[in-house]
Structures are given as C-alpha cells and as structure tokens.
Write a new protein. Structure first.
Length: 158
C-alpha cells in the first residue's frame, strides 16, 4: 500500500512541477518577446512574482533557486516587454532593487517554509509519545490500530 501511495504522490508532484514550469515558460516567452505591448508589461510582470511565490511550498529549494536565476537573467537580457518605458538609469536601478529584494524574500520564504515543515514533523512525532516516559501514548496506539486495518487491540483485564 505504501508503494502505491508514493507513486500517486510522486505523480502529483511531477504534475505540479510540470504545470508550474509550463506557466513560467509561457510567461517568460511573453515577457521576452521582441514586440512591445503595454498590457504585457503592465499586467503580467506581477504574475511573474506570484508564480514564484506559489512555488515556495510546492517545489524544492535548488530547483526554485535555479529557475529564479535563469528567469531573471532572461528578463534582464531580453527585456522588450519587461523593461518597457525604462529610459533612465534611476528606473533601471529601481527595477534591479526590486529583483534583488524579491530574491532575498524568496530565500527567506523558502527557509521559513522548510523550517515550519520540520517543526510540524517534529511535533507530530512528539505527539505520539508521552513527554515524561517517552513511550508511545494512546494516540500512537490508535494510529497503529488504524494502520492494521482497524484491527482492535484487546487489553488484558485486571
């Protein structure tokens, strides 16, 4: 049963990763195309940041970090729609500051997410043991009974 569950979870994670990567690719394609469009530059740039924010809880850190680096490199090199209307160095400095600050925020969000997941796992394991004796408690007994297909445990009568 555990093997089937893992394959379903693995397929779900693969689908999420591929759909996230497809959405990012379409967005980058629109933002890096050579024709200029006010709607693309004005309305799709915030979606770029939203896509990465949604990826924090769904993707692994190295993959998210690598796609962020490649995406920002593409946006800065092929910037027809991304930096449309930027004619002064002050505007460019502001946009670069936004990208740098979002990079720091992205790293911090990933760190916070992984720490909270670690704490949740730790608390869950602690919830299955008695804090004084460190032995399994009734909740662990119920979990074990549920894992055995609802088989009941008979406790000896005193």
């Amino acid at each position: 049963m555990a093997q089937g569950y893992r394959s379903v979870v693995g397929q779900r994670e693969t689908r999420i990763t591929l759909s996230w990567l497809a959405a990012l690719s379409v967005l980058l394609l629109l933002l890096c195309t050579p024709y200029e469009n006010d709607f693309i530059a004005g309305y799709l740039v915030p979606v770029f940041f939203i896509i990465f924010t949604l990826g924090v809880g769904k993707l692994r850190y190295p993959f998210l970090n690598l796609t962020w680096a490649v995406s920002t490199l593409c946006l800065l090199n092929y910037n027809q729609n991304f930096l449309q209307g930027v004619e002064t160095e002050y505007s460019l400095a502001f946009i670069l500051a936004v990208l740098i600050s979002f990079s720091v925020c992205l790293l911090y969000m990933v760190r916070i997410y992984h720490r909270s997941e670690w704490l949740n796992r730790r608390w869950h394991l602690q919830a299955l043991t008695d804090p004084l004796t460190l032995l399994p408690n009734f909740r662990a007994l119920e979990t074990s009974a549920g894992a055995r297909g609802g088989q009941e445990f008979l406790l000896p009568a005193h």
